[in-house]
Design a protein around this ligand. Structure first.
Ligand SMILES: [Zn+2]
Length: 236
């Protein structure tokens, strides 16, 4: 979590924050020093956990602890009192390739390059989606509860990072979701879509899936091997 602090104060054991007699929440203090509230796992004051709304006053001491992965989003905590009932993601523009990989792995993932930051924050809150981003300012949006700063740069590393952080292994269902639009894939008969296939695909493949939203056709064989290979390569 020190990663979010300015380089000059990153290694400091204690940080002093001047409130100048202002009354402000500990959440605002945490974000003022650079740490998005979504990265905090617990806030300790006098040996007790306190919530984001706790008033920070001059002279008080706090210990901010990072979320310890794997994060169990189905359990409530003081900082996140309303647990999720299912795992769904929303990914912003700077991690677009990660969105495709998550969908390939079967995870419900909202992504649209046209989404504004406000759209993303609202969708995350209204649809109870976990936000994945490399934009620290986006993570500081007020009502966000479940979100993660994606540290890795390469999409395959990002996938592994997210899978490990949320312990997604048991939720992965490759080839159940369209990587282009997030729609669910359904089985389809070859005879019903044969007119849309290339001659070589007709020759070599028998089993096909179709996206229930955008009509895109997938075939097990090259697609399935590709996805499984990628998950394996990501160490999943
Ligand atoms: Zn689709």
């Amino acid at each position: 979590m020190r990663f979010f602090l300015h380089k000059a104060i990153r290694t400091a054991e204690f940080l002093e924050y001047g409130l100048k007699n202002r009354k402000t929440s500990i959440k605002d203090v945490i974000e003022s020093i650079g740490i998005p509230h979504t990265e905090a796992g617990s806030i300790i004051h006098h040996g007790k956990q306190v919530g984001f709304g706790f008033y920070a006053q001059q002279g008080l001491h706090f210990r901010i602890e990072a979320i310890k992965p794997p994060l169990d989003v189905f359990s409530s905590s003081l900082l996140r009192p309303e647990p999720l009932t299912e795992i769904k993601f929303i990914v912003d523009l700077n991690a677009g390739r990660l969105a495709k990989l998550l969908r390939m792995a079967g995870m419900d993932t909202a992504y649209d390059p046209e989404f504004s930051d406000l759209d993303i924050a609202e969708k995350a809150c209204n649809e109870k989606r976990i936000l994945l981003t490399r934009d620290t300012n986006l993570l500081k949006r007020k009502h966000l509860e479940f979100a993660k700063y994606v540290k890795s740069i390469h999409p395959e590393d990002q996938l592994r990072e997210v899978v490990e952080f949320f312990d997604l292994g048991r939720f992965l269902k490759p080839l159940t979701r369209c990587s282009m639009c997030n729609g669910l894939l359904e089985k389809t008969e070859k005879k019903d879509i044969v007119h849309r296939l290339q001659p070589k695909t007709i020759l070599y493949y028998e089993n096909f899936l179709i996206c229930s939203s955008c009509d895109r056709i997938y075939w097990s064989g090259s697609h399935l091997e590709g996805i499984m290979g990628l998950l394996k390569k990501s160490g999943i």
